[in-house]
Ligand binder design. Structure first.
Ligand code: SF4
Length: 470
């Protein structure tokens, strides 16, 4: 997927003006936020979160050890494990696997790392048909390969009526508007692809080192069809998804579905360990696991290592006041919301996503809902610091910060300046005591008037109050 994060401001403006999108995004709070709030009451959320955080840190602190363990155990069970330093190399590896096995058709589950790799486009260029089988991803694919706007609900930006139009146009069938009828129609269209595909490509929610297994969490059952029916199965995922043990996986599964969709457990949960063995009734003849770096090792040992704990639940974006208004497409790459605003600069370059670390109110809601305790707002602040240090912010902002820095270090000058400023601003407010236009601060007054201060600073008022009490 092309990186378009530099257009965040322009895209966000368009999204805010899109009334249909604004209506569709209300699903985030009416469905996901309330469902999660109810689901986490079933467990001791703070304690479970601390436990999972510790387990993820243990895995990441000795990532090389657990990757080697995973490779050894998976290989022992007949899996071919391959490593890719870049997302492009990962796409080439999967294309080579398809060539080696004479694959003509691939069926896929939802996988954000394959979005990073542009896998469908790469397979298409070599004449291999790649069909998305997650309902949301299928809808996007038939809508001219639109990008997902959310990591677990890729079509959250669309409503039922839009999808009804799309199905009628694409499937050339009568327009249906009842969701069970529409999903049955999608199932009828996808079923022949399940029956005729040569290769299934899935992501991997987790990798279990001690057993060499790939764990998949879905709600539609398409992952079972993609991993069992074709003769070749390729699981592709980031290297950070490793968990040392099945106990770690059990802890993760207490939090992932609850944080993502507010479910106690997902409808389907598969732990895949090796290809079809002697005497097995089903399963692929060949199984591959492609482990993608794609910038992840660059985070190890640095300021942003904590981001690697992410289990891709989407809770941070569901609760983010910015994401709730602009949706995922405004962010311009695979990962939106607070986690995307940290991951995108970290993976594609801080200079290619200048506005994303600013696309946050730093309210801290993302920190409080994250099931692995990632301090997202602190990481966003660190990215802002790095942008300033590297002179990547506009000169006006840098001058403003330098001036602020001077006053912050000189309390006398600060007191004098603020005394002057509040008196000028009081006059600007006039009789109505409202400021309609603020020079150098138009962002505050573009869409509303700002109440004028009372003409004295907080310190002056505080000192007067103390004198009065005394
Ligand atoms: S950062 Fe935390 S809340 Fe956001 S997707 Fe990752 S695990 Fe979930």
């Amino acid at each position: 997927m092309q990186v378009q994060s530099m257009q965040f401001k322009a895209r966000a403006g368009q999204k805010l003006a899109d009334q249909r999108l604004q209506q569709n995004l209300t699903k985030l709070s009416t469905k996901f936020v309330s469902a999660r709030a109810a689901a986490i009451t079933e467990i001791d959320f703070p304690a479970t979160r601390e436990a999972l955080k510790a387990r993820r840190d243990r895995a990441l602190d000795t990532l090389d050890v657990w990757l080697e363990t995973f490779e050894r155990e998976a290989t022992r069970r007949g899996v071919t494990v391959l490593y890719a330093e870049t997302t492009q190399a990962a796409a080439r590896l999967i294309a080579d696997i398809a060539l080696e096995h004479g694959v003509k058709k691939v069926i896929k589950t939802k996988s954000m790392v394959t979005e990073e790799m542009r896998l469908n486009a790469v397979l298409g260029e070599m004449g291999v048909q790649s069909i998305e089988t997650d309902l949301g991803e299928y809808i996007l694919q038939i809508n001219d390969h639109e990008a997902p706007s959310h990591i677990i609900a890729p079509v959250v930006h669309k409503d039922k009526e839009e999808i009804a139009d799309l199905f009628a146009r694409t499937h050339q069938r009568p327009r249906l508007t009842e969701i069970p009828d529409m999903t049955r129609e999608a199932r009828e269209v996808l079923r022949p692809h399940f029956m005729t595909a040569d290769m299934g490509v899935t992501g991997g929610n987790f990798l279990v080192a001690e057993t060499g297994s790939v764990a998949l969490v879905t709600n539609e059952g398409n992952e079972g069809m993609c991993t069992v029916m074709p003769r070749v199965h390729v699981a592709v995922t980031g290297i950070e998804k490793i968990l040392p043990t099945l106990e770690d996986l059990a802890t993760a599964m207490r939090l992932l579905p609850r944080s993502a969709t507010g479910q106690s457990t997902s409808n389907y949960f598969s732990v895949l360990t090796g290809p079809r063995g002697a005497g097995d009734q089903d399963g692929p003849e060949h199984m591959y696991v492609v482990l993608v770096d794609g910038g992840r090792t660059g985070l190890i040992g640095g300021d942003f290592q904590e981001m690697l704990r992410c289990i891709r639940c989407g809770a941070c974006m569901n609760h983010c006041p910015v994401y709730q208004k602009v949706g995922g497409h405004a962010y311009g790459w695979v990962y939106p919301g607070p986690m995307g605003s940290v991951l995108t600069p970290a993976y594609v370059g801080i200079d290619k996503a200048l506005d994303l670390p600013q696309a946050a109110t730093l309210c801290g809601e993302c920190n409080s809902v994250c099931p692995v305790g990632i301090p997202l707002s602190d990481l966003l602040r660190k990215l802002r610091e790095k942008q300033t240090e590297r002179h990547l912010r506009p000169w006006q902002e840098r001058v403003g910060l330098a001036v602020w820095g001077y006053f912050a270090l000189h309390p006398g000058a600060y007191a004098l300046f603020t005394k002057l400023a509040v008196r000028v601003m009081e006059r600007m407010g006039g009789k109505k005591r409202m400021i309609a236009r603020l020079p150098l601060g138009s962002g505050w007054t573009n869409t509303r008037d700002m109440p004028a201060p009372v003409g004295r600073t907080f310190r002056e008022l505080y000192a007067a109050q103390r004198t009065h009490i005394g």
